[in-house]
Design a protein around this ligand. Structure first.
Ligand code: BTN
Length: 264
């Protein structure tokens, strides 16, 4: 594996005073940073701990898919949070994470990504970042959540099976990017969006913001991978952040399924 470009001391100084200060855990290689963070949550660690690596051997994606990336090329990070919310409100965490990554990539690399509900980030039609939010709950109450983020940063090529649907920041800009810089921007932005997602009065602005940066939330013909699968046209987000889709049988609400553009 090539030498890592992560410098934990430099990262610490970039994150001084933040929720994540002195809670960074760099592991050169691991199965999945989400698994590490879920174990840390179950062991009672406080919120704000961050697990990041150069290589995952069992990276997980949404919908039971695997998540793979060439060693040292992607930002692979999982963050442990303990919001005092009900488990049913966990969607706010997914939405705010997408917003945070969008903002970090824009500020660090100057690229405006599209957001595919709930939180895939795309450049053009190709995916540059995926987010897997996992939770542990007790009754209706959420005990802790792990936000796992995989950003394709410096890949120059993808395996044939995903080459048509994946891209990296390097492939889009022709430049190599420092993952440390992106990680600091991402965590700073995540802390800010996290505060917003926790304040019920600020959630309308989060919904409005998601709608403003996503071409997917309105007027997009999509296939929804939920309830046996169905097609329709997106019709905005409801007040809880769920995607509304107009179908031949009326408006349906997408709860957690993947959404894919039709006729792309
Ligand atoms: C998706 O399917 O789009 C979500 C992919 C999430 C991948 C990240 S990489 C860091 C963290 N660890 C994992 O095992 N998964 C997430």
């Amino acid at each position: 594996m090539p030498a890592s470009d992560y410098d934990v001391e430099e990262l610490e100084s970039g994150l001084g005073g933040s929720l994540f200060s002195r809670k960074l855990h760099y592991i050169p290689e691991t199965g999945s940073t989400n698994t590490l963070a879920m174990h840390a949550g179950a062991a009672g660690l406080e919120e704000g701990h961050v697990f990041f690596t150069d290589q995952q051997t069992a990276g997980r994606g949404r919908g039971g898919h695997s998540w793979q990336s060439e060693p040292g090329s992607a930002l692979l990070v999982s963050i442990l949070l303990r919001p005092r919310i009900e488990a049913a409100q966990a969607l706010w965490l997914s939405l705010m994470a997408g917003v945070a990554v969008h903002d970090a990539i824009l500020r660090s690399c100057g690229i405006e990504c599209d957001l595919r509900w709930p939180n895939d980030l795309l450049i053009g039609r190709k995916k540059v970042c995926g987010i897997l939010t996992e939770i542990s709950s007790e009754g209706e109450q959420l005990r802790f959540a792990v936000i796992g983020i995989g950003v394709n940063v410096n890949q120059r090529v993808f395996p044939p099976e995903i080459a048509e649907i994946a891209t990296s920041i390097q492939m889009e800009t022709g430049k190599i990017w420092e993952r440390s810089e992106l990680l600091v921007a991402l965590l700073r932005s995540l802390e800010c969006e996290y505060r917003r997602a926790l304040a019920p009065e600020a959630r309308a602005s989060l919904v409005a913001w998601v709608e403003s940066v996503s071409s997917y939330t309105r007027g997009k013909r999509v296939h929804v991978d939920e309830a046996g699968g169905y097609d329709g046209v997106t019709d905005g987000l409801d007040e809880h952040g769920f995607l509304r889709v107009r179908t031949q049988n009326g408006i349906r609400t997408v709860l957690s399924g993947g959404v894919r553009e039709l006729n792309a």
